[in-house]
Design a protein around this ligand. Structure first.
Ligand code: HEM
Length: 176
């Protein structure tokens, strides 16, 4: 996973769960003592899984809940970093419709080690977007967290429904 994710994970832990000592303790509990994560490198996905599992044991929250909190937390920084690829006139559904082309596609082109999920996104009507998520990582919490973060940013009223879980995880976002 892209180092920006680990950089953000550290920021998330330190700002929400108690500072640098908490991060160091989590790394130790994850078997990753003193490991440094740089935003321009990539690291095994298993590091993220280990850190979130240790965080779950320490907080009593599920990994899915922590993924969701983390996903929501990273949106403002992701949007700032990639603002050049986000059109000013876009509203929420325009943004979602363009994640693959404008954002994850750019991440893939600019960071050879990064493999953001291939999202299949359809604007089925002016008021509705359907997102299909089929990443091997199965980070449903991150998916929902990022989505909530983006919704919060655009301040538009929508309903999010999980339409199917298998064979493909499919979400519907509808304006009301
Ligand atoms: C400005 C907006 C966004 C940026 C810059 C961004 C960038 C990234 C980056 C850098 C990663 C890590 C990929 C890797 O290390 O291989 C990632 C992962 C991910 N992104 Fe995005 N993303 C954005 C918006 C979204 C949105 C709106 C969604 C879905 C609603 C989404 C869903 C995910 C998920 C679920 C992952 C976790 C990895 C996986 O499941 O395979 N992202 N994104």
């Amino acid at each position: 996973m892209h180092g920006i994710i680990y950089y953000e994970l550290r920021k998330f832990v330190e700002s929400r769960y108690g500072g640098a000592n908490t991060w160091d303790a989590l790394l130790t509990q994850s078997g990753l003592s003193d490991k440094l994560f740089f935003p321009n490198e990539t690291y095994p996905d298993s590091d993220l899984v280990s850190i979130l599992t240790a965080a779950s044991a320490a907080t009593g929250k599920t990994v899915e809940t922590l993924q969701q909190e983390f996903g929501e937390f990273i949106v403002p920084d992701l949007v700032t970093t990639y603002r050049a690829y986000i059109k000013k006139g876009w509203k929420l559904l325009d943004f979602l419709e363009n994640i693959e082309e404008a954002i994850h596609g750019t991440v893939r082109r600019n960071n050879p080690g990064a493999t953001p999920p291939q999202l299949s996104i359809a604007r089925v009507s002016p008021k509705e977007v359907v997102i299909e998520y089929s990443s091997e990582r199965k980070m449903y919490g991150v998916l929902h967290g990022i989505l909530q973060g983006v919704i919060h940013l655009y301040q538009e009223k929508v309903v999010v429904n999980v339409v199917s879980q298998a064979p493909v995880y499919k979400i519907k976002v509808v304006l009301y």
